[in-house]
Each structure stands twice: as structure tokens, then as C-alpha cells.
Design a protein around this ligand. Structure first.
Ligand code: RIB
Length: 328
């Protein structure tokens, strides 16, 4: 295999000069640059990851950790991160962690071996202690990891409040909440927003809050149990769109018409929510924007040693669709 020494020998220069030409760092006179590029072409030299990272200390790779690639929210988020990082010449690596601490540690170790330049992390299991031990630039996306780690999130609590206010505005009198997984920080924030709007209602019962555990199937079962135990419920705020689609299915299996008898609104704004029958109302996160913002903040952190920790919070937007159409 051709090495950087072979290129230097053929061009009649040092390996350091070859490295400067390849990495565009430092001055090389045009004729020397031409000789080096000609030698690289003639020998078809391609530096391996280790060579590149040794010479530049950077691998031109950026990774994104997501907890569940089966949830359409995360591929939509990854699309934005990949677009921005590719535009800046970085290779994008997607790591599915299942919100598993051991898996996250394994990925972190592997990526450090490859001298990855930066990591964007969506996680409710990784700790600020673990992240603090590594020098690789990190951005927390969707969920905050620690006060000294830059983050990009949305206004979860206010968004949940607006969801319940919308259900009230279309005529709902008894409103329940299918909440997310307990270990996810957004779960508590959205639950607080729901409670802000219902806890002082004379009709509110704590049994109107049921766990949905992040996915479609558990949301179907949770919805059926909720509506069987409480036939008076006529509105449900669901923690995320994937579970919101499960709630639509659960109501359908019970023969309950949405929205004539029951209104459902969820949270995220994933594209598939437009395709259900009825289409799903949601508090839409600016998914592409938050992914873009996280990638741009990471690039700034990689390239600017004087970077200061930043927290960006985006605003969710009410998207009214058929599942909360005003009654009567
Ligand atoms: O649907 C996935 C959920 O996990 C989203 O609500 C997102 O905010 C993340 O917390």
C-alpha cells in the first residue's frame, strides 16, 4: 500500500510538506504543491483514517447519537445534521444507542479511537460525568446533559400547555395525557405543561395520566385501557406523534370516532402524522432547524478554541389537523 513517504520521495519533498498540501495548512509554493499533487495522483495515494488523524489531529468525522432509529423523529433530525456536516466536508456517522449507557460508552470509546472531531448526543442515560471525561467537542440535542455542555432543545412545557389549551378550544371537557418514558427529561417537562392546564380543574383525576413508553404498540394498549376505565374522556394529549398514531389506532379499535367523540393531539411534527386517517394534530418541533443548529454549534466548537457554552431553545408550533377538528 502506498504511504505518505512514497509520495514525499517521488515529489522530492518531506512528509510534512505532503501533509501540508493535503490538509491545506501552512504555506507551500505553487510548484511544490503541483509536484506533490502529481505524485499523489500518480501513486493513487489515499491516506487512511489513522494517518489523517495523526497528521491533522482531525478525522473529518462527526457522529450523532440517537436513542431509537425506529422512531421517525430521529431520522428527520439526522437528515439535518448530515446535510450541514457534509456541506462542511465531514463524514457523518449515525449511532443508534437504544438509550443504553453501556452502548453509549462503547460508541464513545470507538469514536475516540478514530479521532472523531465532534459528537451530537440525544440521550437521557449518558451522564455529564462521562461526557466530561472526554476532550471531543459535544453538543446535547433535544435533551440537556449538563450545565457546561452546549444544548439545543425546544419549549417542551409551554408546548404541552398549548396542546391542552387547543383541546379545550375545540370543546374537550375531560382531558387525559399519555406520557413518555420516565427516564427521558422531556417527559417530565411535557407532563408539567399538561398539569399546568388541568390540575385545578374540578374534573381532573390522577388516573387520567398513563405511561406510553415511547412507541406505537404500548400507546395503543394505553389508550384502550384509559378509554375503557374512563369513558368520560373526550380529549388526549399524547407525548409524541408515534404514540399519537397509536392512540388513533386504540380509539379506532374501541369504535370511538376521532374527532367527533374524542380529540387527540400529540407532539413532534413528524411527516407521517399527515398521512393517518384522521390526520394527527401536533405540537410540531422545528426538527430540521434544531438539527441544523446543533451541527452549526458543533462546527463552531470544533474550529474555535475560545468557544463559549451556549443553550438554544426553539419554539414548537401548533399544527391543527383532522384529529382535533372543532365539534358541532
Ligand atoms: O419522539 C421522540 C421524542 O424523543 C421526541 O418528542 C423528542 O423530543 C425526543 O425527546
Amino acid at each position: 500500500m502506498t504511504t505518505i513517504k512514497d509520495v514525499a520521495k517521488l515529489a522530492g519533498v518531506s512528509t510534512a510538506t505532503v501533509s501540508r498540501v493535503m490538509n491545506g495548512t501552512g504555506y507551500v509554493n505553487p510548484s511544490t504543491k503541483e509536484k506533490v499533487n502529481s505524485a499523489i495522483k500518480q501513486l493513487d495515494y489515499r491516506p487512511n483514517d489513522v494517518a489523517r488523524s495523526l497528521y491533522k489531529g482531525k478525522s473529518k468525522m462527526i457522529a450523532l447519537f440517537v436513542p431509537d432509529i425506529m422512531n421517525p423523529f430521529f431520522p428527520e433530525l439526522a437528515r439535518a445534521v448530515e446535510d450541514v456536516t457534509n456541506q462542511h466536508g465531514y463524514t457523518f456517522i449515525l449511532c443508534n444507542t437504544d438509550d443504553d449507557f453501556e452502548k453509549e460508552q462503547t460508541y464513545l470509546n470507538a469514536l475516540q479511537q478514530k479521532s472523531v472531531d465532534g459528537i451530537i448526543i440525544v440521550s437521557s442515560t449518558i451522564t455529564k460525568e462521562l461526557v466530561g471525561k472526554i476532550s471531543t467537542p459535544i453538543i446535547a440535542l433535544d435533551r440537556i446533559i449538563g450545565s457546561n455542555i452546549s444544548s439545543v432543545t425546544v419549549n417542551n412545557r409551554e408546548g404541552a400547555r398549548q396542546a391542552v389549551q387547543h383541546l379545550k378550544s375545540v370543546g374537550c371537557k375531560r382531558i387525559a395525557h399519555i406520557c413518555g418514558p420516565e427516564h427521558v427529561s422531556n417527559t417530565a417537562k411535557r407532563l408539567k405543561g399538561y398539569l399546568d392546564e388541568v390540575k385545578n380543574e374540578d374534573w381532573f383525576l390522577s388516573s387520567y395520566i398513563v405511561p406510553g413508553e415511547y412507541n406505537f404498540e404500548t400507546a395503543v394498549q394505553a389508550t384502550k385501557k384509559l378509554l375503557t376505565d374512563h369513558t368520560e374522556i373526550d380529549g388526549i394529549f399524547v407525548w409524541n406523534d408515534l404514540m399519537g398514531i397509536g392512540a388513533l389506532k386504540g380509539a379506532e379499535e374501541l369504535g370511538i370516532n376521532v374527532p367527533d367523540e374524542l380529540s387527540i393531539i400529540a407532539f413532534d411534527g413528524i411527516t407521517v402524522g399527515e398521512t393517518t386517517t384522521p390526520s394527527l394534530s401536533t405540537m410540531a418541533q422545528p426538527i430540521y432547524d434544531i438539527g441544523t443548529q446543533a451541527a452549526e454549534m458543533l462546527l463552531e466548537q470544533i474550529n474555535n478554541s475560545g468557544y463559549k457554552t451556549k443553550r438554544e431553545e426553539f419554539t414548537v408550533q401548533l399544527i391543527e389537523r383532522q384529529s382535533t377538528r372543532k365539534r358541532g
